[in-house]
Design a binder for this molecule. Structure first.
Ligand code: F3S
Length: 291
């Protein structure tokens, strides 16, 4: 069995930057609260908790450092944090901030804003907070077909969306609405990871996609790999891998979401190496038994 890792897999620049900021706090012996998990990876968040960096609700934070997650937050929340004299450590990814600026610009121009993205996802909720009152979240083709406004429209995209979903939705909106501006704000890291995962998935029998079940970009990697024709398993850690998945597989690919740390990817590669040896030994024994 040949095991290959996608060219781009694991931590993106925005997640790396955020994790480094929190690690710096830990190294300096400082305590801090996270307003929601910094990134969607429960193993990383558990490590932070052990070092005294806990997830908390705003009403429970009375003083000290408060960390804004990579997904960003709405401006009213930042104002609230300032009014409480909390020390804000802003880990919002600059690519998400770019989306905040774009929607502010739309509302300054009087456009109706459409966000192509997932309902209830923290990044999308944060972006919505930077829009005026005219805003609609469109997650899929059905919702695109059912939406209409006669106002001029500005469109942005949740950073982790798949190209396919954006294209399908835009095809419908393009025919129905007066689109004044479309900013395709899928980030470079998403594009690189999805492209590399798709290329690898076309060449292998099985793809292992490593990442948290809450992670939007990881779930989209699963979709991209399925579309490319591979059998896909979404795993969170090496412990989720099952030997029987690989009995008839010659080629296996590995990719990982932008919030999956290197050490989890390395453990997966190590486990696959072990499994390979076990499966080879089993095959040799079967051959010997036949002779
Ligand atoms: Fe930022 Fe894109 Fe990563 S928005 S946090 S670089 S997935």
């Amino acid at each position: 069995m040949i095991v290959s890792v996608a060219d781009y897999a694991g931590f993106c620049f925005g997640v790396k930057r955020a994790v480094e900021k929190v690690e710096e706090l830990i190294d300096n012996g400082e305590k801090a609260y996270m307003l929601g998990p910094l990134i969607h990876n429960s193993q990383v968040i558990e490590r932070f908790k052990k070092a005294g960096i806990n997830v908390a609700d705003l009403e429970d934070i009375k003083e000290g450092n408060v960390i804004i997650r990579t997904h960003g937050v709405e401006p009213s929340l930042i104002a609230q944090l300032n009014s409480l004299n909390l020390n804000i450590i802003d880990c919002t990814c600059p690519n998400v901030k770019r989306v905040h600026k774009a929607v502010q610009n739309f509302s300054d121009k009087g456009y109706f804003t459409i966000i192509i993205g997932e309902h209830n996802h923290p990044e999308v909720e944060g972006i919505r907070g930077w829009c005026g009152k005219d805003v609609k979240i469109i997650e899929n083709v059905e919702e695109a077909k059912n939406f209409y406004t006669n106002k001029k429209v500005g469109i942005v995209v949740q950073t982790t969306q798949t190209e396919e979903n954006v294209e399908k939705i835009m095809e419908i909106l393009g025919k129905r609405l007066d689109i004044a501006s479309f900013e395709n704000t899928r980030c470079a890291a998403t594009q690189q990871r999805q492209k590399a995962a798709s290329e690898l998935a076309k060449k292998v029998d099985i793809m292992l996609v490593v990442g948290d079940k809450q992670s939007a970009n990881t779930k989209n990697l699963v979709k991209v790999c399925q579309k490319a024709g591979a059998r896909v398993y979404h795993i969170q850690t090496a412990a989720d891998i099952r030997k029987d998945w690989f009995t008839a597989a010659d080629k296996v690919g590995i990719t990982a979401g932008a919030s999956t740390p290197d050490w989890i990817i390395k453990e997966v590669i190590f486990r696959m190496d072990e499994l390979n040896k076990e499966l080879n030994n089993q095959e040799n024994q079967n051959e010997l038994a036949k002779q």
